[in-house]
Write a new protein. Structure first.
Length: 614
């Protein structure tokens, strides 16, 4: 790898630290100074309050004068409704999920050994992992929204969502150190956030969230979330600080088996066999589930227990099987991995125990979903390029990436980019390659002969590098995809009339959806007058003025200046794997609300993403 690209490399010893960085809003991997996944100016932190809030004081509602006004165009619209989904997180062994804990938290101190002085205890009035300085949202991200309402939205959300940038904004909200909303217990609210992060594929962030609550304050819901986060990270040892309380609670079979695993990991083999035998006799678990627990327990006994795992009779990958297999170094067959949820791709992308070439395919999907940054993906392929085995397919991708940066001539760099862009067969895979190559595309000179301007601009903007993308303005012909994306990304670009939208004639738009998306994005960004919005809505049939429960909810959150609630409701409105499942009306309301709560960078990137992914 040349000197320029080799600077992006990451040593294997930094992988564990890089995984935590990848869980935050600035998840660059292996750099002396973390490189934000957000472009300059995104998510600039607001000054923190001069003094912490006293315990049990509710967040203060913003002054009315500072509240942004969300315009309501007169034209009529469809917007998504809340989907039906399970009301609670399934446990790894299909045990029942506990109900929510009331605001006055149940006292679990009787089950948990207090091992810290009272002054070191953390308050449940404000719980989270990061603050604005680390790229997360502020303490009042959810404002005065009712906690039970927020928990219901989180529980019913079915990730992954269509937009990479909405997913990034949602992660910033979920990881934030926020004031506990009214009506819920702080540990329960943290548990709901952790469980949603697990389902998004953000395993490292989920583990950090459950660790932000003292075990003395664990509730039944937090025990379930802790189990899921530990399994998603392949780290059953994370269960040990709360294992006795979890097992005594009796609501989760996994915690009873965790007692045996923690005994083995703690070097107490005499306790392991009776606990495993008891689980077998009581039919607590059997087959591969019990064998995996036995194998993990044996790992702490210098390998004295030889346990062989056979997957032949296993038809479904569960979080229990995934987590314990990862912890014990058991390879999971590809056919079984294919039965897992999309979240497994994120878990594997962030798993430091997997070899870089094994992580590569999952990491590309994770980058397309906002879990990894472009820099993190480049680092991964740099590690593959530096590896000994150059015959694997991933090594060929790494060589093309190196050529995209350092080929002897500009044409060679452009050809390498074209090979990387043309290879994937799925829409998500093609977008992942745009994210991977954003830095290389940004280095191409505008003097390139016959450039693929549409994909060059889409690649640069996939990483939020809009100032560099604007250099291609003169090369983007009016009405092209690149012209549309650059118009959306440039807030200084005047759009005087609907005629600009009607001039769009981009690729792959036989049904006119991309033109409607362009209109919705410009209208939501406030780049068209009210009369032109009405004209466009009537001509294109985009009913931006229609109201339903979702549009009213996201509009109210915007008026109340609640960026966390807006990010959550934006994800609710994009519960589809494909951008073709997102309506222009939903895009309009999402862009409008993000801009109103002080997230204009995310707003324009979501609008651009709609054009680049259709």
């Amino acid at each position: 790898m040349s000197k320029r690209l080799s600077r992006l490399r990451i040593s294997r010893s930094k992988v564990a630290l890089a995984a935590l960085a990848a869980a935050l809003a600035i998840p660059a991997v292996g750099q002396d100074k973390p490189e934000s996944i957000l472009p300059p100016g995104f998510g600039d932190p607001t000054p923190p309050p001069s003094a912490p809030r006293p315990r049990a004081v509710q967040p203060v509602r913003p002054e009315a004068a500072a509240t942004p006004v969300v315009p309501r165009p007169a034209a009529p619209v469809l917007a998504p409704t809340l989907p039906d989904a399970p009301d609670a997180a399934p446990s790894p062994l299909d045990a029942p999920t506990p109900t929510a804990t009331p605001p006055a938290a149940t006292d679990f101190a009787a089950f948990v050994r207090a091992d810290m002085p009272a002054y070191a205890r953390r308050s449940l009035d404000r719980v989270g992992v990061a603050g604005p300085a680390q790229g997360a949202m502020g303490t009042d991200a959810f404002g005065q929204a009712d906690g039970r309402y927020l928990e219901t939205l989180m529980r019913r959300l079915n990730p992954p969502v269509a937009s990479r940038w909405v997913s990034i904004a949602l992660r910033r909200a979920l990881l934030a150190r926020v004031d506990t909303p009214r009506g819920v217990n702080g540990a329960d609210f943290a548990a709901e956030r952790a469980w949603l992060l697990v389902r998004m594929g953000e395993s490292v962030g989920a583990r950090a969230m459950v660790q932000a609550v003292d075990t003395e304050d664990y509730t039944p819901k937090m025990f379930v979330a802790t189990m899921q986060a530990a399994l998603a990270t392949g780290d059953p040892a994370a269960l040990c600080p709360a294992v006795e309380a979890g097992a005594n609670l009796g609501a989760e079979r996994g915690w009873i088996l965790a007692r045996a695993m923690c005994a083995g990991l703690s070097g107490m083999p005499a306790k392991v066999k009776p606990l495993i035998d008891q689980a077998r006799r009581s039919r607590l678990a059997g087959g591969v589930d019990l064998l995996l627990a036995q194998k993990v327990a044996g790992a702490g006994q210098s390998g004295r227990q030889a346990v062989t795992i056979e997957w032949d009779d296993v038809s479904q990958l569960t979080s229990w099987r995934y987590g314990l297999a990862m912890a014990s170094g058991v390879e999971i067959p590809d056919t079984l991995l294919a039965t897992g949820t999309p979240a497994v791709d994120g878990w594997r992308a962030l798993a430091p125990t997997l070899a870089p070439n094994v992580r590569a395919a999952a990491a590309e999907l994770a980058a397309a979903r906002g879990i990894l940054s472009s820099a993190a993906l480049i680092d991964l392929y740099s590690a593959i390029d530096a590896g000994d085995d150059q015959s694997i397919a991933e090594a060929g991708i790494a060589r093309d990436l190196r050529a995209a940066y350092d080929a002897n001539d500009v044409a060679g760099r452009a050809d390498a980019l074209k090979r990387l862009w043309d290879e994937p067969k799925t829409a998500e895979g093609r977008y992942a390659r745009l994210v991977l190559t954003a830095g290389a595309a940004a280095r191409l000179p505008q003097t390139l002969e016959k450039p693929d301007v549409d994909r060059i601009v889409a690649s640069i903007l996939s990483a939020g590098l809009d100032p560099r993308a604007q250099r291609w303005r003169d090369k983007a012909s009016r009405g092209s995809d690149a012209w549309a994306m650059l118009t959306l990304a440039d807030p200084a670009e005047p759009v005087a009339s609907y005629d600009e939208v009607s001039a769009y004639a981009g690729a792959n738009d036989s049904d006119g959806l991309k033109r409607r998306m362009l209109f919705a994005g410009l209208a939501g960004l406030g780049r068209m007058s009210a009369s032109e919005v009405e004209r466009g809505a009537r001509t294109l049939g985009v009913r931006v003025g229609h109201e339903d429960s979702w549009t009213r909810a996201i509009g109210k959150a915007a008026l109340d200046h609640e960026p966390g609630t807006v990010a959550l409701l934006s994800a609710v409105g994009m519960q589809t794997r494909s951008w073709r499942g997102v309506s222009p009306e939903a895009l309009y309301h999402i862009v409008l609300a993000l801009r109103a709560v002080g997230l204009p960078g995310e707003a324009k990137m979501v609008a651009v993403e709609a054009m680049s992914r259709l």
